[in-house]
Design a protein around this ligand. Structure first.
Ligand SMILES: Cc1cc2nc3c(=O)[nH]c(=O)nc-3n(C[C@H](O)[C@H](O)[C@H](O)COP(=O)(O)OP(=O)(O)OC[C@H]3O[C@@H](n4cnc5c(N)ncnc54)[C@H](O)[C@@H]3O)c2cc1C
Length: 292
């Protein structure tokens, strides 16, 4: 495995470095990239590896105008432990805490989890349920887009040569909102998801006024169940409604058989994860559910 190693120290230096490289890979924590390079799974193999770990400002988490701004180099361990994330976007801490093992969580980053574009990535459903947007930088400057539009297929994103994610922006949870993240794996730890999912609910006087539901490992990319979200709006926040929503979710997903489990088992799990996610999200609503 031969490649040239670059380690730019600023965002501008990264843009400049990438503009001269025809075939490169960005290196964050390396927990996906290095495995793929060692196993020669990349076609073509990168001739250059650009290490972004030393770039200032990509490791920060900040809080402004009802949003959290998260640098792509923030590790899963940091997300899990961050007081800001636990207070204002707790499902992201919970999802990050489900990634791999302590070693993987120490090295692996949220930006790498997104850009690896696995349909089973654990932070992605949580970010989708939090309505995340990403800032993309490149030779043509900066643009912002919904995270949901980043994924184009398994292992594929819309990022063009020279482009990279420079920030992730999520809405902070409000008292009349509740969230939940759930994952089913073959083991309780160090297991890639058979299915994972995240729910965000907004409740007013016991009625659902907003819903976002995202599931992973049941389609070529993690997906939002937009039709189901619309169906939920205006309905009572009640277990019977949630059970019906679970049945509808199972009809909406398009899983495949793979080494981890069958498509039909994943379809059953989609019903369970959406039902349980809605119940758990409702339990976290502090204001407006009629029980305060
Ligand atoms: C043993 C093991 C267990 C694992 N378990 C889980 C698990 O349970 N759940 C889970 O979700 N994942 C799991 N993973 C996958 C992996 O750890 C995560 O996806 C991790 O978040 C990747 O982050 P990284 O920083 O290591 O990415 P890297 O490997 O450095 O990069 C991954 C990809 O993203 C690109 N990239 C990185 N940062 C950027 C950026 N800012 N802009 C553009 N492109 C970028 C890289 O070029 C590369 O293509 C596991 C991996 C291993 C080896």
């Amino acid at each position: 495995m031969e490649f040239t190693y670059y380690n730019p120290k600023s965002i501008q230096a990264l843009v400049d470095t990438l503009s001269g490289l025809p075939n490169y890979a960005l290196l964050a924590g390396g927990t996906d990239l290095i495995v793929k390079m060692k196993e020669k799974l990349l076609r073509p193999m990168p001739q250059a590896v650009v290490d972004i770990k030393g770039i200032d400002g990509l490791q920060e988490i900040s809080d402004k105008d009802g949003y959290l701004w998260i640098g792509p180099l923030v590790s899963h361990t940091t997300l899990t432990k961050s007081a800001l994330i636990n207070e204002k976007a707790v499902i992201l801490a919970e999802a990050a805490g489900q990634v791999g093992s302590p070693q993987i969580r120490n090295m692996g980053t949220v930006g790498g989890n997104i850009c690896n574009a696995s349909p089973a990535a654990d932070t992605v459903p949580a970010l989708l349920a939090l309505d995340a947007r990403v800032e993309i930088q490149g030779p043509d400057g900066l643009r912002e887009m919904p995270l949901a539009d980043v994924f184009t297929g398994p292992g594929r994103t819309c990022l063009l040569p020279g482009q990279f994610i420079s920030r992730i922006k999520v809405r902070q949870i409000q008292p009349d909102e509740g969230t939940a993240f759930l994952k089913f794996g073959k083991r309780k730890a160090l297991a890639i998801a058979l299915i994972n999912g995240a729910v965000w609910l907004k409740i007013a006087d016991g009625i659902i006024s907003g819903a976002r539901i995202a599931v992973g490992s049941v389609a070529p990319t993690a997906i939002r169940l937009y039709q189901l979200e619309q169906w939920l709006i205006g309905k009572p926040a009640h277990a019977e409604v949630f059970a019906e929503a679970g049945v509808m979710a199972a009809q909406m997903v398009k899983p495949i058989d793979d080494v981890r489990c069958t498509a039909s088992y994943r379809t059953c799990l989609a019903r369970v994860i959406v039902y349980r996610g809605l119940v758990a999200a409702l339990e976290r609503v502090q204001v407006g559910c009629g029980c305060e």
